[in-house]
Write a protein that binds this ligand. Structure first.
Ligand SMILES: NC(=O)c1ccc[n+]([C@@H]2O[C@H](COP(=O)([O-])OP(=O)(O)OC[C@H]3O[C@@H](n4cnc5c(N)ncnc54)[C@H](OP(=O)(O)O)[C@@H]3O)[C@@H](O)[C@H]2O)c1
Length: 319
């Protein structure tokens, strides 16, 4: 049985883009990240008290985990929490592919336990969920959650874990102003009613909602995120302008307001931080209080943008 409660921060830190930090250079995000630059990000986050880091085996195929592990060496292990994932599509041929993938993550992250371990997607809930039980019993995994699961799949995972005295302790789905499918499908309500934290990923739509990118200044040419978002940046302008104007009241930027919106909706945003100033942004977020009218206005502008930002790896959540 899980003995200690999962510590839920106001904001968690995402490191998918850190998979771009290899010697071969730009990857999924088209970001040129260096270990020295990311150490600065981590130092700032540590000083500001942000301590939950999310990664996955498939972010840069091990590179994100390896870089994160290397960067975190500068802090005592008890100062931070690690969140990583079993990705069914990357399962190997070992007797227990989940335990095997976990061992590889532990090695890359330079640790002997993971605070929060996820099944990355619902490729086969009945097949993969039971593997978490042994990992919880061994103590190598302290808490477990499921990602990209719809309501029925969450309940099935919870039932499987429940039979062994465990439970789904967290949900991680795509949730932003532009993509509220988990809200429409009742997953946010389900989490609230069951006391399960909902971690919202891609709150900034990989930078498209940061206010920094526009048709004149698009996302890095040739990157995967550019392919998804550059064609819709003109439709997002009214929304990002509104985010920026609300931000002005608080001495904050558009990205800060987008993150504050996700918190106001009762979620824990996982923000992909690539630069030290992104940590300053997260500090500012805590002082922003959005009114009900502002939230409604932002959501109306988001709906009016009429874009679908569902990731290629995601399923429709609506029931
Ligand atoms: N479970 C899943 O299937 C799943 C899927 C996707 C993501 N995730 C997790 O969620 C995390 C967040 O998603 P994400 O990284 O894809 O996208 P995101 O958080 O929506 O956007 C991150 C990008 O926004 C920009 N940014 C971040 N903070 C900013 C700020 N304060 N001001 C201006 N720009 C800012 C950065 O772009 P620049 O580098 O261009 O500045 C960064 O790469 C991931 O890192 C990962 O841990 C999980």
């Amino acid at each position: 049985m899980t003995t200690d409660n999962l510590k839920i921060p106001t904001v968690a830190l995402g490191t998918w883009a850190w998979g771009d930090s290899g010697e071969t250079g730009n990857g999924y995000f088209g970001s040129s990240l260096t270990q020295a630059g990311l150490e600065e990000v981590a130092d700032k986050a540590h000083a500001a008290g942000f301590s939950l880091w999310d990664t996955a085996v498939v972010y840069g195929m091990g590179r994100s985990e390896a870089v994160l592990g290397e960067v975190m060496k500068r802090f005592p292990r008890s100062d931070y929490q690690l969140s990583t994932k079993f990705t069914p599509q990357a399962a190997g041929t070992a007797d227990d592919p989940v335990a095997d993938m976990l061992e590889q993550s532990l090695a890359r992250l330079g640790t002997d336990y993971i605070d929060l371990y996820w099944i990355h997607n619902p490729a086969d809930v009945a097949r993969w969920t039971p593997h978490l039980i042994q990992l919880l019993k061994s103590g190598k995994v302290k808490h477990v959650g499921v990602s990209n699961h719809n309501l029925g799949e969450i309940e099935l995972a919870n039932q499987i874990l429940g039979e062994a005295g465990f439970r789904v302790e967290a949900i991680q789905n795509h949730y932003s102003l532009l993509y509220r499918s988990s809200e429409h499908a009742g997953i946010l309500d389900y989490c609230r009613n069951h006391g399960i934290p909902f971690f919202a990923y891609m709150v900034l739509e990989q930078g498209a909602l940061s206010g920094k990118y526009s048709p004149e200044s698009p996302l890095p040419e040739g990157s995967n995120r550019a392919k998804t978002y550059n064609g819709m940046l003109s439709q997002l302008k009214a929304l990002t302008d509104k985010l920026a104007s609300i931000g002005q009241k608080w001495g904050a930027a558009a990205a800060d307001v987008a993150t504050a919106w996700a918190i106001a909706k009762g979620t824990t945003p996982i923000i992909g931080v690539t630069k030290p100033q992104h940590v300053d942004s997260l500090v500012r977020v805590s002082s922003i209080m959005l009114t009900t009218d502002e939230i409604a206005e932002l959501e109306a502008l988001a709906d009016g943008a009429n874009v679908n930002t569902r990731g290629w790896w995601e399923q429709e959540m609506s029931v």
